[in-house]
Design a protein around this ligand. Sequence first.
Ligand SMILES: [Zn+2]
Ligand SMILES: [Zn+2]
Length: 246
Amino acid sequence: MRIVADTHTHTISSGHAYSTIQENAKEAFANGIQMINMSDHGPAMSGAPFRYHFGNLEIIPDSLYGVRVLKGVELNIMNYSGKVDLDGYYLEKLDLVLASYHDICIKPAAIEEHTAGAIHIISDPYIDVFAHPGNPQFQIDIEKVVKAARDYNKIIEINNQSVVVRRGSEKNCLQIARMCKKYGVRVTTGSDAHISFGIGRFDFVAKLLEEAEMPEELVITTSLGKMEDYLIERRKRIGKPAGRKY
Ligand SMILES: [Zn+2]
Ligand SMILES: [Zn+2]
């Protein structure tokens, strides 16, 4: 299967990433990627952009150098009751919203808490994707979380960086992929690139999807049509008319 969208990329705005949105788009094009989501870290992470960054993303063209550019965020999950670090005012303007656990923003706790937190996130209408769910530092009850994604029609991420920066994720990621297949939950693919060279690099993701024998129809990033359909679905869910973002 061919992946044409990368829904998790960082720019220099994240503070600890090193490429501009132009550089990312050019590299995406060179790597055969047709769509990227600009998902810089939410404001609670040190060095991440102030919230105004997310209010001004509309000035970036929807397409750069032949690549469709989504305006998004990787929110920080701040507690186990569903608190994140941007409010609805900003989130309703965005195209695709990721949320994830980072130990610099929330202290790891017990599996029950990680699971409850993830389910709160998945039930939040503004949040589309639970990102890098395989992190063993924030071990979840995989079946419960995937079932919640099914119930709320949300997306689970398979993250290419998980094997590199979140050691021990591999086993969890495979189990998550298998569970998504079992329950018919859509997955997305994120390079989590922090420099342009990583955009659209899906070596780990491709291996994992193959191992899990994931049906192509569940991988939302294999066609632009599926991605655009999802964006319409999101806008309907949050009560924004289709085709009008702002
Ligand atoms: Zn992350
Ligand atoms: Zn990230």
